[in-house]
Ligand binder design. Structure first.
Ligand SMILES: Cc1cc2nc3c(=O)[nH]c(=O)nc-3n(C[C@H](O)[C@H](O)[C@H](O)COP(=O)(O)OP(=O)(O)OC[C@H]3O[C@@H](n4cnc5c(N)ncnc54)[C@H](O)[C@@H]3O)c2cc1C
Ligand SMILES: NC(=O)c1ccc[n+]([C@@H]2O[C@H](COP(=O)([O-])OP(=O)(O)OC[C@H]3O[C@@H](n4cnc5c(N)ncnc54)[C@H](O)[C@@H]3O)[C@@H](O)[C@H]2O)c1
Length: 330
């Protein structure tokens, strides 16, 4: 490996940052890219007039020993805290308490605080959508949507949802074929804020319904702005797929209605409402790939969809991409 030529990492979600951290710790220079204005990907917190709202990942669990050790470090640094919501479930038309023993973690004071802290001072270019990944005589180069080229790079790690990764894999047709076979499901997310606190004990609720899948009281998480009663609602994959192009106001109206019917208390008109569409929210099925690679070429692909489709899976997949890269180039 030529230590002065950096490794390009496309995507600053949990998978890309996990790979970046591992490579940086091994003394390898990295250069990150993201099409968004900030890091985090689906670990997203939207700043709004009613405080910061976690619109993507709501919390995460740590079942793998290695991930649990990383989370322990994050906790010591104050990046994450345990969230202990009063949990409910809605199943077969019945709303009931559903407490359990599962430890659930959230970023503090917002979910995206974790990825922001992981990025630290690593070199990154935001608002830079990579459209092409190509190999020159010795090194890799990237082309962005503005037509600018970036490089040279010794290796490239693509850490995006599968449908976005497959379009960047023209240099490795076999890998591209595998990745193109992964489908991902959408999720509509809606945030609502009420000026008065709703008369409900619910802080998180797993819903088995036609349209709603999950609802959470944002202010029940540690470090959140508690002035308003803010809620985040997620629609099911199938409702989201069927209503992919519904105007945002209608998505808000529908999910607000479903929420009001379910929660069992008076629900006034929200003083704030917004909707966000996640096109590639979760893989349709889980895989056990860890990370994918054409190691001879120097191309690696990682993301939650290579494993469990959760924050933990994304972190593990990034670690695995870095491990494969370092091992192949020892
Ligand atoms: C609504 C919702 C709720 C969820 N709830 C939970 C939960 O409660 N618990 C849990 O564990 N998981 C949850 N998840 C899943 C979790 O968010 C993901 O598993 C994890 O964040 C994925 O990380 P990633 O790095 O693989 O991908 P991403 O976070 O999607 O990161 C990919 C990054 O690549 C960038 N990118 C894409 N294409 C390009 C390009 N061409 N050029 C440059 N940059 C590009 C994107 O902007 C993005 O920042 C949820 C997801 C959603 C959407
Ligand atoms: N909306 C999306 O796009 C998206 C994408 C990825 C993950 N997620 C969600 O992220 C969560 C992460 O999963 P995890 O395994 O880390 O967390 P987890 O163990 O809390 O939940 C896993 C699943 O188990 C069930 N469950 C857990 N505790 C329950 C309880 N007390 N009462 C009733 N049902 C309960 C729910 O169906 C839940 O979806 C899941 O809820 C998943 O649906 C959502």
């Amino acid at each position: 490996m030529t230590p002065t030529v950096p490794i390009a990492i496309i995507g600053t979600g949990m998978a890309g940052l996990s790979a970046a951290e591992a490579l940086h710790a091994a003394g390898q220079p990295v250069q990150l890219f993201d099409k968004s204005r900030g890091s985090g990907g689906r670990i997203a917190s939207k700043r709004s007039d009613v405080g910061s709202l976690d619109l993507g990942a709501q919390y995460f669990t740590a079942r793998d020993r290695r991930f649990a050790a990383a989370v322990q470090q994050w906790q010591l640094r104050g990046w994450v805290e345990e969230w202990t919501p009063t949990l409910y479930q809605f199943a077969n038309g019945v709303l009931s308490p559903s407490a359990d023993e599962q430890v659930r973690w959230v970023g503090k004071p917002r979910m995206s605080a974790i990825t922001r802290a992981m990025l630290g001072a690593l070199p990154v270019r935001f608002s830079c959508r990579i459209t092409e990944v190509f190999r020159g005589e010795r090194h890799w180069h990237l082309l962005d949507a503005e037509g600018a080229s970036h490089g040279p790079f010794s290796h490239v790690i693509i850490a995006t949802p599968a449908p976005q990764a497959s379009t960047l894999l023209a240099a490795a047709p076999k890998l591209a074929g595998t990745v193109a076979g992964v489908s991902m499901e959408p999720t509509w997310a809606v945030a609502l804020a009420f000026s008065e606190h709703l008369q409900s004990p619910i802080e998180g609720c797993f819903v088995q319904g036609d349209s709603l899948d999950w609802m959470a009281r944002n202010r029940s998480k540690p470090g959140r702005d508690a002035a308003q009663d803010t809620w985040v609602l997620h629609a099911t994959s199938s409702w989201s797929r069927q209503h992919l192009d519904l105007p945002r106001e209608q998505v808000i109206e529908h999910l607000h209605g479903a929420f009001a019917e379910l929660i069992g208390c008076a629900v006034p008109a929200p003083l704030f409402a917004m909707a966000h569409r996640w096109l590639y929210a979760r893989p349709s099925s889980a895989h056990q790939w860890g990370a994918l690679a054409d190691a001879d070429l120097g191309l690696y692909v990682c993301g939650d969809w290579c494993l469990s489709g959760r924050v933990e899976g994304a972190w593990l997949s990034g670690q695995e991409a870095a491990r494969k890269l370092l091992e192949h180039n020892r």
